[in-house]
Design a protein around this ligand. Structure first.
Ligand code: 6R9
Length: 650
């Protein structure tokens, strides 16, 4: 990829945002030179009950580790996302909902209606005994009630933990128990791609394994026959009919927790990433404004599910804090056909679309016709997130979808960062396909080599962030030590992202992917250890090693090496069974793409699995040269067997 292939920032965007390249550079300079005053000034984007006078107070060092932002400030998130808009845009649509079935009616919820809905939901939660600091787990499909429930928690100071509706009952139970939720909000069923998903049935299964759970609030989505447990379960619509449509917003300290979101890391157990109120909301609002420049009357569409951080920051919190109209999509990009995204764009006159490279690659395979069958004249800006975007997909997005007129904003960030960190500014940054370009003002990314030595100029290495920013996660729920251990010990004094990156001669950032045992499947984070632990939970499996492999559409696929317990045959039936098993244990997104039965795994004499070799074989690189030195293996011969029995990408 030539570093010279540039797409200049369009003049109309420079005019519109009033932020050109020089102004953006000046802003970056000021943010790093005087962070205190820069961030206190940015904090004015929010309405505070008590305006903060302290910006960041933090240290990444072991002896004095702490992170806080605006800690003397007080606010309520919903006053920012709802109440403050009522006098200026009460009748403007806040949430525009597009149903899975294109023949069904969309819903438009104005800011005024949002206020009532959120207050009612908050009162229903209070009725279920929820108060400030309590954890509420949400297991909901992409319906407006998911946003109402998140905001309702924030209204009363409860901490939400949204669990993606595609996760299994086991995964849900684990997450409920880990944070000790007493209340679960779910739905009778969800809808996706013309199918229904039995959420309440899964919730019941989870509840049986989650003793902390005392109450379930059930949103009626499909109207399916639903078993309710007396004394525990309540229909949302019935409970809501009994409560007032007003509910005072509880004043929160800036550093009070706002939500927990579980994400995969290098170990088997997902971490409860914890974000706090003031810094996180500022980050969601600041980054949404800088990267996407929302304007009144425009339609913003982030196609992520609220079960992921992207849905938190850019379906709900960022856009609503900025008074935008946010489109919420219940469906999937390829149903009823490959034109769906573009039909939705036309139907609602979407201005900005923000989606994942995996969706673009899947649609790209269907050719240009499904795109060209639509107008897309309303589109002004395109965004991507979730994984590196390959230049071919970037160009297709830019040339075919956006007809060359929409800048492509490739935003690099993580659950841990709260919002975008490295991303172009539409009026200021020349684009290079495949590069997330430059850090946002206030973000200080650096490269270090394996020894932690800082690299300067053009270089490739480990991506670290050297200073705190307001949207940084504040802890791993229930395990403060794990937060420090996971992120601040590999390269002491710096935040370790787990990503590799290259910085080119223009200072542009190219994310090369994870350097740890996390794989990125269709933009979803999966810990290889999680899949391994699910596999070894099956009685036929004695050992398992999971690695990523290149996948045309998903970016990475899941390749599992499985050693069977004696008495079991590695046949097709067992392969199917193990696939289904993982699906049931974790959820469909964790389904292995390839399972190879292996009599032995390549281990060092100290018993450590050499994943480097397994990765190479999964990638199809099986030459002796590619596999490198195998002489330190306890049994070098196992490699020959692995190579001979490699499973081709289906
Ligand atoms: C927001 C989100 C985080 C990981 C991250 C990186 C990858 C995200 C990217 C990207 C290259 C981008 N990632 N955005 N890689 N370019 N624009 O996806 O959060 O689910 O926590 O995943 O995703 O590897 O470390 P999360």
């Amino acid at each position: 990829m030539s570093d010279q292939a540039r797409y200049p920032a369009p003049a109309e965007w420079t005019k519109r945002t009033r932020l050109d390249a020089a102004a953006a550079d000046a802003l970056r300079g000021r943010a790093l030179a005087d962070p205190g005053s820069f961030w206190l000034e940015q904090a004015r984007r929010l309405d505070w009950i008590k305006r903060p006078e302290i910006a960041g107070d933090w240290s990444f060092n072991a002896d004095d580790f702490h992170i806080s932002w605006f800690r003397d400030g007080r606010l309520n998130l919903t006053l920012n996302c709802i109440d403050r808009h009522l006098s200026t845009r009460g009748d403007q649509t806040a949430i525009l909902w597009e149903p899975d079935d294109p023949a069904a009616a969309p819903r438009a919820i104005s800011y005024r209606e949002l206020h009532r809905e959120v207050c009612r939901f908050a009162n229903v939660l209070k009725g279920a005994g929820v108060g400030k600091g309590d954890r509420v787990t949400l297991y909901l499909p992409m319906v407006p009630e998911a946003a109402f429930a998140m905001l309702a928690c924030a209204r009363i100071g409860a901490i939400h933990s949204v669990v993606f509706a595609g996760f299994s009952p086991d995964a849900l139970a684990g997450r409920i128990e880990d944070c000790g939720s007493t209340v679960l909000v779910t739905a009778d069923e969800g809808r996706r791609g013309g199918k229904t998903i039995p959420l309440k049935a899964s919730a019941d299964e989870a509840a049986a394994r989650a003793p902390s759970l005392k109450a379930m609030i059930v949103v009626r989505v499909t109207g399916a026959e639903t078993a309710m447990t007396d004394g525990r379960d309540r229909w949302y619509h019935e409970a809501a009919a009994d409560v007032p449509a007003d509910c005072p917003a509880v004043p929160m300290e800036a550093e009070d927790p706002l939500f927990i979101l579980y994400t995969s890391g290098s170990t088997g157990k997902p971490k409860g990433v914890m974000h706090t109120t003031g810094g996180y909301l500022l980050w969601a609002s600041y980054t949404h404004a800088l990267c996407f420049d929302p304007k009144p009357g425009e339609i913003w569409w982030c196609a992520a599910d609220v079960g992921w951080v992207t849905g938190h920051s850019y379906v709900v919190y960022g856009p609503l804090a900025n008074g935008a109209t946010t489109l919420m999509f219940e469906g999937v990009p390829n149903w009823p056909d490959a034109s769906r995204l573009w039909q939705v764009v036309d139907r609602h006159k979407v201005t900005t679309l923000y989606t994942a490279p995996t969706a673009l690659r899947a649609l790209m395979r269907e050719g240009d016709a499904p795109v060209k069958a639509t107008s897309r004249a309303s589109l002004k800006l395109l965004g991507t997130v979730g994984e590196p975007i390959n230049p071919a997909a970037w160009r297709w997005y830019h040339h075919v979808v956006g007809e060359g007129r929409c800048p492509v904003i490739d935003t690099w960030w993580q659950t841990e960062t709260g919002g975008a960190m490295i991303a172009p500014l539409p009026g200021a940054t020349d684009l290079k396909p495949g590069s997330a370009t430059l850090p946002l003002p206030g973000v200080d990314p650096q490269l270090v080599d394996a020894d932690g030595t800082l690299l300067s100029g053009p270089a490739e290495g480990n991506l670290v962030i050297t200073r705190s920013w307001p949207g940084q996660m504040r802890g791993v729920w229930g395990d403060p030590e794990r937060f420090f251990q996971t992120y601040f010990t590999t390269f002491p004094g710096r935040y370790t992202t787990g990503d590799g990156a290259r910085r080119d001669a223009d200072g542009y950032w190219w994310i090369t992917g994870r350097v740890d045992d996390v794989i990125n499947v269709s933009g979803h984070r999966m810990g290889t250890a999680e899949v391994e632990s699910a596999l070894v939970g099956h009685e036929a499996v004695s050992e398992a090693a999971v690695v990523g492999m290149p996948h045309d559409v998903k970016g990475q696929g899941i390749y599992a090496y499985v050693t069977l317990a004696s008495g079991h045959d590695g046949d097709e039936a067992l392969r199917q069974e193990l696939s289904q098993w993982v699906r049931r244990e974790i959820g469909p997104i964790a389904t292995p793409d390839a399972i190879q039965f292996a009599p032995g795994l390549p281990k060092t004499r100290s018993g450590k699995i050499m994943r480097r070799i397994l990765r190479k074989i999964a990638e199809g690189e099986t030459s002796a040269q590619a596999l490198g030195d195998t002489s330190t293996l306890a049994e070098p011969a196992v490699v020959d067997d692995l190579v001979a029995n490699r499973v081709e990408q289906p």
